[in-house]
Every structure is written in C-alpha cells, then in structure tokens.
Design a binder for this molecule. Structure first.
Ligand code: FNR
Length: 417
C-alpha cells in the first residue's frame, strides 16, 4: 500500500481504480456487450449477486487500539504450501471474451503476486501453456486446477493426469454448475459465451476429447456419407437433446463439432456423493469441493475425506435468490470446525471483505470479477493490480483494526449490525 500512496505523491494515477465500484464501471465501458453480459452478469434478476454484497454490509469491523500492529502477517498455509496472502485467483471461464490469451495473462499476474491461480476447466488457453507462462515468472508458482466433472470418465482422468503433470497443488471440483444457470444478460443478447470457441481450450488440447469428437464425426459420416461436418454437428445436437435454447446461437463459422461435443459432455448432472469416492482413488491431488452452501453438505464433504471446500454461489451466476456466501459461511465454518480448509468467494471484492470472511472462519478468499475487470482494463498488469490492491487493503485493515495475523482473526473482530 505504500507504493500506491507514494505514486500519489508524484501525481501518478493507479493503473486500475482502487475501489470496486469504479473498477466495475470502467471495465464495463471497456468491454464488448457480449463480454460484459457474460462476465458482469448474474442469474435471474441479480438477487444473489446483490445478496453477496449486502451480507458483507451486515457485519461491522470493531477495531481494537494500542496493540502494536507494526509487524503484520498475511501468510497462510494451504495444502502444505505457504502463500503470501489469503487470496486466490478464482477460476473464470471463457476469459478470452475480455482479452485474448486471458488465462496466460492472469497466470502471469498471479505468479507475480505468488498467490495461487485456479485454472478454469473452461479456460481459453491450455493449462500447460499457462503453467509455462507462470514458471517463466517464478518456477513452480502456485497453480490449482478446476474440474467440471464430464460425462466421459476417460476425459476426467485425462484432465486430472494433465493437472498432475503441470504440478497443480490441488484440484477444485465445481459442483454448482451441473447445468448452466438462467442468465438473462447472455440470453437476451442471444449470446452463448462458448459459441466462438472461447473457453474450450482445455478440451481441444486434450487427446481424449479430440478422440471423442473424431469418433462422433466418424459415426455420423458412416450413416450419411454425403453430409458436411457442420450438418453432422447439428445432427448430434438434435439426437443428444443438448441445451437447445443455446444451440440456436451457434454461428456456422466456428468449429461446431468441437463446441457441440464440449456442450454435450462438459458436465454431468447425474453426479452424486457416490461418484466422489471414485474420484478420491483417481488422483493424488488434494480435492476441494466448490459450491458448498449448506452446513450438512460441508459435514458430508469432511466425511467424504476431501481436503477443502469453497463456500461459493458461483458469483451469483447460477441460482437467483440463493443464500449469500457470507451467511452460508456463518453456519458452515462451525460445522467444519477446522477439520478441512474452508475457502469462500462471491462478492468478496475488497480487503475489508476478505477481513470479514476470515473473521467468520474462512481460511482464504477467491477473487473472481475484480481480476477480470483489471484484465479488461490493463491486461496482466491490471489483473495483478486489482488483486494486489485487495491484499494491500487487507493489510491496512488488519493493522488498523488492531490485529497482526490473518490466521488469528475470529468473530470477536466483528459485530453484526
Ligand atoms: C466464473 N466462475 C467459474 N467457476 C468455476 O468453477 N469454473 C469456471 O469456469 C467459472 N467461470 C466463470 C466465469 C465468469 C465470467 C465468472 C464471473 C465466474 C465462478 C468463479 O470461480 C467464482 O466462484 C466467482 O467469480 C466468485 O464471485 P465474484 O468474485 O466474481 O463475485
């Protein structure tokens, strides 16, 4: 934070706005309508997005005085690795809507800060390339991999093997997106975020996925040798009863067979707790379940032997009128009782927000839209600064509230208002 005030002395403006409201306003202006609809948008009438922010406002920080806050610690340990601040870059798919090579730029930003970047399964750059970019900044810079559990078991295994081979520190299994939510901003524009191939690079770079596409094309051409590839993809979509409402938006110019196959197999709505036991046996990586909102599910996750959970409502993008993550955390943290790591995201946009989440029992917070807005405004530097600002404000808030260690915060630091 010193740097930012020193810049002010020299009348240098920061690269990206230092408050979320202005960051969002400027990013909206910088983005295409399609990018803004997908990234800035939420489910339904936006109630969950609003609830995430309102819940934070119902907690007030109660500062303590005269406690020597000259030295402060922001470091935390996650799965055997120390990270410099309790903050991660959340997985964000189809990022190339905001900037070409989005994931590579964000990886660069995260590596510069030394905090983990959770690679999206719906990335626009293959995980190997992002890992290489991060290694170019700092060898072994922390990276996690986020998995959407495909209907194809071999594809799941292939993605897990790739995550292991790029030395991911954990696999995050996102469980709140077995189907895409009702997102009016995208629907009203007739825009399917993946339609032009955005966000399918983990798939098209995967040998198993390419095999699946090829198999499908072969099967289709065997039946009707005279039809074109585009027509085959349409045929598959009809026979597979895929999300038809979105399919109408696919343009003819892009690799339809790959996009269509992706839509058909990227997630498995039939997933249940029974499947989870199988996953444990299939990877040596720590497993983190993302999208936990009910305390009973949190307890069940502990019983299932996973290593962590992320209390998340997907940034308010899945269910309209869902519980805010701060309200959910209030019940989940005592239910977990320190047995596994508890992370949180959705609406956590400032250092004070992170402070409140930690005081309510979270071990760390993932930041979604702020880093995407920074990216849209100023590329890798913008993504880095947006998150660096949150960390700087956290450091100040910690000290000003009379605390010296993020790992020692508890509910006594807050009052409900
Ligand atoms: C997401 N999120 C997400 N989560 C995930 O597990 N895999 C993904 O591919 C995506 N894709 C994605 C795209 C966009 C544009 C957004 C905004 C979000 C959810 C993300 O990881 C995180 O849960 C939320 O972004 C957190 O909320 P905030 O910080 O954006 O409010």
């Amino acid at each position: 934070q010193n740097d930012i005030y020193t810049a002010g002395v020299h009348r240098r403006r920061p690269r990206v706005p230092t408050d979320f409201a202005e960051l969002e306003r400027r990013a909206k202006r910088a983005m295409s309508a399609r990018a803004w609809a997908y990234i800035g948008g939420g489910a339904g009438e936006g109630r969950t997005m609003a609830a995430n922010r309102q819940a934070l406002d119902r907690w007030a920080i109660v500062p303590r005085i005269l406690r020597d806050v000259s030295e402060r610690n922001l470091e935390v340990e996650l799965f055997g690795r120390r990270i410099p601040a309790p903050v991660l870059f959340a997985p964000v798919g189809a990022g190339s809507l905001a900037a070409p090579q989005a994931d590579r730029l964000i990886g660069h930003a995260a590596a510069e800060l030394g905090v983990p970047y959770i690679f999206s399964n719906q990335a626009s750059v293959p995980m190997e390339a992002v890992a290489a970019e991060m290694d170019g900044v700092t060898a072994g810079a922390p990276r996690w991999f986020q998995l959407y559990w495909s209907t194809d078991d071999d594809l799941v295994d292939s993605l897990l093997a790739r995550a292991e081979s790029i030395s991911a520190d954990a696999v995050v299994v996102t469980l709140d997106t077995t189907m895409l939510g009702w997102r009016p901003q995208d629907l009203n524009l007739g825009s399917l975020p993946f339609a032009r191939g955005e966000g399918i690079a983990q798939y098209t770079s995967d040998r198993r996925f390419v095999d699946i596409v090829a198999e499908r094309l072969r099967a289709a051409t065997a039946e009707r040798p005279e039809i074109s590839v585009g027509a085959i993809a349409t045929l598959i979509s009809i026979t597979r009863n895929a999300p038809g409402r979105f399919l109408a938006n696919l343009t003819s110019a892009q690799p339809r067979a790959a996009v269509q196959t992706f839509l058909d197999i990227y997630s498995r709505p039939s997933l249940s707790w029974d499947d989870l036991a199988g996953l444990r046996a299939r990877t040596s990586l720590p497993i983190v379940l993302k999208g936990v909102l009910h305390p009973d599910d949190a307890r069940r996750a502990v019983d299932a032997g996973v290593d962590g959970i992320i209390v998340s409502n997907h940034g308010g993008r899945q269910i309209d009128g869902a519980i805010s993550t701060i309200d959910a955390l209030e019940e989940i943290a005592p239910a977990v009782d320190g047995r596994i790591k508890v992370l949180i995201d959705s609406g956590v946009y400032t250092g004070a927000d992170v402070f409140k989440a930690l005081a309510l029992g979270a071990d760390a917070a993932c930041i979604g839209r702020p880093h995407m807005y920074g990216l849209a405004l100023a590329g890798a530097d913008g993504a880095r600064d947006a998150v660096a600002d949150i960390i700087a404000e956290l450091d100040l808030t910690l000290g000003l509230a009379g605390h010296t260690d993020v790992t020692e915060l508890d509910r006594d630091a807050l009052r409900r208002v």
